[in-house]
Design a protein around this ligand. Structure first.
Ligand SMILES: Cc1ncc(COP(=O)(O)O)c(C=O)c1O
Length: 398
């Protein structure tokens, strides 16, 4: 039997976590706070049906939809990105600064293809998004964790580790972070952009959740403070349109986008043109604003129900992040509770979450008392039932 490449073993631990996550979502009787899916009610099924049937039957775009496309993505969707998604965030982008990708995950993959050599260091938040770690490890990079607190990455620690490790990249999810639900403060956003410029490090800013804000004040992206082009802004349509469509985008300097074009052609040529046309029409017909309001209303209610259940059902000694948006909260139990061991009890009671240790690249044993709870994909009544089950299991351990 031929041997797999060494890089496959390199990413195996994070790949296993992700496989378990997908598999935990399959038992219909288990109320899963494990996945990161948006509410099924938030998916614009009717709108997509109408647009798709028009595109494929009457509209001349049927041929375009089923033909090969351009690696940068269709102009209509890139224009929707520059005008409707980037400009309102204070990001001024030309069409040549944007390339459409097949989902946010692919943007990390393409940026890694461009920059990472085996042995390169990538600084990540502690905790961070497991699939990003899997990608960096697939490119044989070494992920080093930086400290975070309620205001996001601790800048002094990032700077110290930049000096110590000369990393290629700092990966950061500044808004409603996965897994913690926390948001990086304005000052730290500015500081991160400045660190990228001063030390010539790529700041890979991943922003799939900022549109889903339910409370608090909007903050500008790190990219808006970038004066040297060191920050690469990547995003996804998964939470605001549809994860199954596999669409996302990269916003960077023209020079970087030209290189991303080359690695994209070597990867899968271009994102699905059919999906791009439907998504572009969705924006260009002016359907996005009402849809965004709807999905924020749906998820706000779930956030509120979840935070209420945590306050009422879990003991006071338990700390939970109050997220102003997104899909996750992060719960810290007393050190005596091991959430990996607790998961067995929880699954027996038909409720699931993700143990905190899975989101750390170092020092995992110190985070065995944490868990990520995702409220996005669970209906409000089921959140209450699921949290009653979870509270019972936690109290039994305490
Ligand atoms: C932090 C983060 N980045 C990126 C993504 C990208 O997802 P997708 O590949 O579905 O666009 C996700 C999805 O869960 C995420 O949580």
């Amino acid at each position: 039997m031929a041997k797999f490449a060494k890089r496959i073993a390199n990413m195996q631990a994070s790949a296993d976590v992700i496989r378990q996550l997908f598999e935990s979502m399959t038992d219909p009787e288990t109320i899963s706070f494990g996945g990161g899916a948006p509410a099924r009610e938030a998916l614009p099924v009717e709108l997509v049906h109408d647009i798709a049937s028009e595109v494929l039957t009457r509209d001349k775009r049927g041929i375009q939809a089923l033909q090969y496309g351009n690696p940068t993505g269709i102009p209509d969707l890139r224009r929707a990105v520059t005008d409707r998604l980037l400009a309102p965030k204070g990001l001024t982008a030309g069409m040549d600064n944007v390339l459409i990708v097949s989902g946010g995950i692919e943007s990390m993959n393409l940026v890694s293809q461009l920059y990472l050599e085996p042995g390169d260091v990538v600084l990540v938040e502690a905790p961070t998004f497991v699939q990003a770690v899997q990608i960096f490890q697939l490119f044989e990079a070494r992920c080093i964790a930086c400290e975070t607190d309620d205001n996001g990455l601790v800048i002094e620690d990032v700077e110290a580790k930049i000096k110590k490790y000369s990393p290629k990249m700092v990966y950061v999810i500044p808004t409603f972070q996965n897994p913690s639900g926390r948001t990086t403060s304005l000052e730290r956003r500015k500081a991160l952009a400045e660190l990228g410029s001063r030390y010539d490090v790529i700041i890979l800013e991943d922003d799939p959740y900022s549109e889903m804000r339910y409370s608090g004040t909007k903050l500008p992206p790190i990219k808006s403070f970038d004066k040297t082009g060191n920050t690469i802004f990547v995003n996804s349509f998964s939470k605001i349109f549809s994860p199954g469509s596999r669409l996302g985008y990269i916003f960077a300097s023209e020079e970087i986008i030209r290189k991303v074009y080359d690695v994209k052609t070597a990867t899968n040529s271009h994102a699905s043109v059919l999906a791009q046309i439907i998504c572009a029409e969705f924006f260009n017909r002016g359907l996005y604003d009402a849809h965004l309001k709807r999905i924020c209303d749906i998820h706000r209610e779930r956030r509120d129900v979840m935070m209420d259940c945590i306050a009422k059902m879990l003991p006071d000694s338990i700390k939970a992040v109050y997220p102003d948006g997104g899909l996750f909260t992060w719960v810290e139990l007393p050190q005596s509770v091991n959430t990996t061991a607790l998961l067995g009890d929880a699954l027996a009671q038909k409720v699931a979450y993700v143990p905190g240790r899975e989101f750390f690249v170092e020092d995992r044993d110190n985070h065995d008392n944490c868990m990520r709870i995702s409220f996005g994909g669970v209906e409000p009544e089921k959140i209450c039932i699921g949290m009653e089950r979870l509270a019972r299991v936690i109290k039994a351990r305490l």
